[in-house]
Design a protein around this ligand. Structure first.
Ligand code: CA
Length: 233
């Protein structure tokens, strides 16, 4: 192991607190230092002060256009940027303008998707800066390309939503999600789904995990709140 580095600083400029909370939480749980600003003006000031290694920038800010802000940041000091965009015209602008953003991610996105992009962009900018999180202790292995999850070495037979649900829970262990949040983060048409759908999928997931190893039940129910995945006992 290399000696402990200072945490990598990331600046998030995003006006929607629900999104920002998730992003900050997932970055910090992977060892990054995350700073959050809600406006372009605050973002610029924070950028000058903290000189982050990477900026995550919402395109639609209340006081600024994310694309203009991107150019202003680059004038102060070149920095890798990942844009957060809504579907539709905002993406077209990011892609079409080819302004040199390092990556973009479309809302809604999973925390793991974002942190994976952050690592990839940082690695491109400076190979060696980022270390992969230790996974050796986990009974789970996720194969992203194959959309498959192994549990204690055995491949699980999962439906699409079971896969997405379990992947999210594995990747943000100990975090308690409400049924509503799980619907938003996992389901493609959350507005047309009901919260009971989440319960049904959790139930089948639990059965599949127990089938691999008797008594293995890492998905916790939080009464009145929702679910989390915990490997601590
Ligand atoms: Ca916004």
């Amino acid at each position: 192991m290399e000696p402990q580095h200072k945490p990598i600083r990331i600046l998030l400029i995003e006006d929607e607190s629900a999104i920002a909370d998730t992003v900050v939480y997932s970055l910090e749980s992977e060892g990054f230092e995350a700073n959050w600003c809600t406006t372009g003006e605050d973002g610029l000031a924070a950028f000058r002060e903290m000189r982050p290694a990477l900026v995550i920038l919402d395109i639609g800010l209340p006081d600024a256009n994310g694309l203009d802000l991107f150019r202003q940041l680059q004038e102060i000091s070149p920095v890798p940027v990942i844009f957060l965009t809504a579907r539709g015209t905002e993406i077209d602008r990011v892609v079409g303008l080819e302004i040199g953003a390092d990556d973009y991610i479309v809302k809604p996105f999973s925390p793991r998707e974002l942190t994976a992009r952050v690592r990839a962009v940082l690695r491109r900018a400076d190979p060696g800066m980022v270390q992969e999180p230790a996974t050796s202790e986990s009974p789970f292995q996720i194969e992203q390309e194959a959309m498959r999850i192994h549990c204690h070495g055995q491949p699980l037979e999962l439906s699409r939503y079971e896969y997405r649900l379990l992947k999210l829970l594995i990747e943000s262990q100990e975090r308690v999600y409400t049924r509503g949040q799980l619907l938003q983060l996992v389901w493609e048409n959350p507005d047309h789904s009901i919260e009971r759908t989440v319960d049904t999928h959790i139930k089948t997931l639990r059965n599949k995990l127990r089938a691999v190893r008797d008594g293995f039940d890492p998905i916790k129910t939080h009464r009145g709140t929702g679910y989390s995945l915990s490997l601590r006992d």
